[in-house]
Design a protein around this ligand. Structure first.
Ligand code: FEO
Ligand code: CA
Ligand code: CA
Ligand code: CA
Length: 595
């Protein structure tokens, strides 16, 4: 069944039409249920969720807010650990009458700190494809990670001057993680979770020492105390950069967490660089070295990969857990193969019929060796964005999730959008000015070896309304595809089909999840599998290895202009205040997902 390799013809479900339903809308014949919601008890002693009687103590034991990356770690056939990122909080929907961090109660600020991070929850199979939260008996792995969990740095920048603060003069013990968006899973069963927009949690970024200001600017860290600030500094002084200017350097990392060891200390892996991290999906090079693919999700930022120095050795856990500390961090440069005159900002395909070309991975740093003029190795790791600027990497249209297809070996990147790109700034890899709808990038590493330094690339999907002449569905008949806008996360099923979830649909309907074969006659045949409730972003997503379940994180239902708990624009899933939740979808007759 694997031989078909990404050209599956057995996706037979009827696509879900674009809609603005305030519910999870799934194809005929499928069923869904909510697995776990914001506020559901995770740890022993956690109270049941009570919207009007929240407390920080309760939240620290309950499922956090805004679920994002989802991964499943099996414990036999019918039980598993579910890891979920809690990216950020929307206080305007969490608290009645909330008017901003300056006027918030200290308890509300502490609730928000506790609602960030991630959760490990035990789940159990409740049918062919349905899974439920385990709510009875011993749940030894259940865990909450928050913005206040003690962590450690490892790798070449650990203990360096740039990571030292008054509270941690050794520069080795950061506290908490923030804005964990997408992520990945290692071959040894740990979770990699990516700190994305950490810039928004600080105040007074303009009051740091003069020499530090260019770095504050390059990472768009908050200056002053704007009205939108959560004002974490009111309960924890470290978030005030006027007092602790280096605290911001301690966020923006890939964090490794061992879900099977609830007492383990999460590790910020400095060898993987510091930016507004997305993904961290792993694969192996032909020689067994570990490769980690990563994006930096802001307009005109870069695509990265890390290649370990040593090889992954199956079963040699103690060795494998050192792989993320030693290796080379690369940034991608893309070169088109069509004449620049044909990449003219019209969005029209060039005369060779494809947006495509070649590329190279430019090394930035390897251990204590910097490849970037004027920057030390530690500076490259802590201020990675500036290093990538210096080597001429290609500025991309918001690279978010990035993952290697386990069947075909090609690597896919979701480029969400970039409305800032001008006609003068288009290139073949980012060919549309004011790119509202985004595109999908396919990378084929040289000799299909993830450890190589050059690659070929193409754009199989240029998103939007199929009637828009600038859209492209790998040459497939555009009358037979679903409209798609703002691809954000990617995943694969065991047949190698590409699953895509969206964030911020600019076509006027809800976000959702799609599937597209990537090889053969069906390449480009994109179909919508589900839509999420009003105001929500579609995260996760995950097709289980047995292909009987799809997990989807419904992030920020009801997040629309002016939304508040007394008049929410979504009442999903309980008919009351909206609650970010993870749902599972399965076929009612237990058939394979997509049937
Ligand atoms: Fe958190 Fe890049 O979306
Ligand atoms: Ca071309
Ligand atoms: Ca996202
Ligand atoms: Ca993914």
């Amino acid at each position: 069944e694997l031989a078909r390799g990404g050209q599956s013809g057995d996706l037979r479900f009827t696509p879900v039409a674009p809609n603005k339903n305030d519910k999870l809308t799934i194809p005929d014949g499928y069923r869904s249920s909510v697995v776990v919601r914001w506020g559901d008890p995770v740890l022993p002693g956690a109270p049941a969720f009570d919207f009007d009687n929240q407390s920080a103590d309760a939240q620290a034991k309950q499922f956090g807010y805004n679920c994002d990356y989802v991964t499943l770690l099996p414990m036999g056939r019918d039980r598993a650990l579910l890891w979920v990122n809690h990216e950020y909080t929307n206080e305007a929907l969490m608290f009645r009458g909330y008017t901003g961090g300056a006027a918030a109660t200290e308890e509300q600020i502490k609730i928000a700190l506790a609602a960030h991070g991630g959760s490990v929850v035990e789940i159990e199979r409740a049918g062919a494809g349905e899974w439920k939260l385990v709510t009875r008996g011993r749940r030894r792995y259940n865990r909450r990670i928050t913005a206040q969990t003690k962590m450690k740095f490892s790798g070449p920048a650990a203990g360096s001057d740039l990571l030292k603060t008054a509270a941690d003069p050794a520069g080795r013990t950061p506290v908490g993680m923030l804005n964990n968006c997408s992520g990945g899973t290692t071959p040894w069963g740990t979770v990699l979770t990516a700190e994305e927009n950490f810039d928004q949690y600080f105040v007074n970024g303009d009051k740091v020492p003069e020499a530090q200001k260019p770095y504050i600017t390059r990472y768009t860290i908050t200056t002053g105390t704007p009205s939108g600030s959560r004002r974490f500094d009111r309960v924890e002084e470290r978030f005030d950069l006027a007092k602790h200017p280096q605290e911001a350097n301690r966020f923006g990392w890939i964090v490794e967490i061992d879900p099977f060891d609830p007492d383990s200390t999460p590790i910020k892996r400095t060898a993987l660089g510091r930016f507004k991290h997305e993904a961290a999906n792993t694969t192996l090079a032909r020689d067994g070295r570990l490769v980690v693919y990563m994006g930096d999700d802001s307009r005109s930022e870069y695509i990265y990969k890390f290649v370990s120095k040593n090889r992954y050795i199956p079963g040699f856990d103690r060795h494998n857990r050192t792989l993320l500390d030693e290796g080379t961090l690369y940034v991608a440069k893309f070169t088109g193969n069509s004449p620049a005159s044909e990449i003219d900002g019209s969005g029209k395909l060039p005369s060779d019929g494809e947006f495509d070309g070649s590329g190279e991975w430019i090394p930035l740093v390897s251990g204590d060796k910097s490849y970037v003029d004027g920057m030390t190795a530690v500076e490259v790791l802590v201020y990675t964005r500036l290093a990538a600027d210096k080597v001429g990497a290609t500025k991309m249209d918001r690279p978010e999730d990035m993952e290697r297809n386990p069947v075909t070996g090609a690597v896919y990147v979701a480029l969400t959008n970039n409305t800032n790109r001008t006609a003068a700034q288009v290139d073949e890899a980012n060919p549309r000015p004011s790119n509202k709808h985004g595109h999908i990038l396919e990378i084929v590493e040289r000799r299909d070896d993830a450890g190589e330094k050059t690659f070929a690339w193409s754009l199989p999907l240029v998103c939007g309304d199929p009637n828009d002449p600038t859209t492209y569905f790998a040459g497939y008949d555009k009358t037979k595809v679903s409209p798609i806008s703002c691809p954000d996360n990617v995943a694969f099923d065991r047949d190698g089909n590409l699953w895509i979830s969206t964030d911020g649909n600019q076509l006027g309907s809800n976000d959702g999840m799609f599937v597209m074969p990537v090889r053969g006659k069906e390449r480009g045949h994109l179909r919508q599998f589900l839509t999420v409730p009003f105001g929500a972003e579609t995260c996760g997503p995950l097709v289980t290895a047995d292909q009987r379940s799809v997990f989807v994180a419904v992030q920020h239902p009801g997040e629309t202009d002016g939304a508040n708990p007394d008049n929410p624009s979504s009442r999903w899933p309980d008919g009351d205040q909206p609650r970010p939740s993870v749902a599972v979808v399965w076929h009612g007759q237990g058939k394979k997902i997509g049937a």
